[in-house]
Design a protein. Structure first.
Length: 97
């Protein structure tokens, strides 16, 4: 009975992990994509549905998120790179402003 339970748990974990792996997305093409992948994805975030689905922030929302990453979490993002990141995220994952 313990083997059956352990097998069911293992199967359930496999299903959950596979579903999570399939949730990963490829960032939309656009100016700034490589920078977002390098700075945001390469250091801290994985590109997945949780970060990029609605409600998507406005430009001010994305600015606040990038500033939070810099000021609170210590992300090393220059002002110039921060602007490119915000522009990319607003254009491709923004609320339409």
């Amino acid at each position: 009975m313990d083997r059956i339970f352990a097998s069911l748990v293992a199967l359930l974990l496999t299903i959950i992990l596979n579903a999570h792996a399939q949730a990963e997305v490829t960032l939309k093409e656009g100016e700034g994509r490589e920078l977002v992948e390098q700075i945001c994805g390469g250091r801290c975030h994985k590109a997945d549905e949780r970060h990029l689905t609605s409600p998507n922030p406005s430009r001010k929302g994305w600015e606040a998120e990038v500033n939070k990453m810099i000021k609170i979490f210590g992300a090393r993002i220059s002002a110039a790179d921060g602007k490119i990141i915000v522009d990319y995220l607003t254009k491709n994952y923004g609320a339409g402003d």
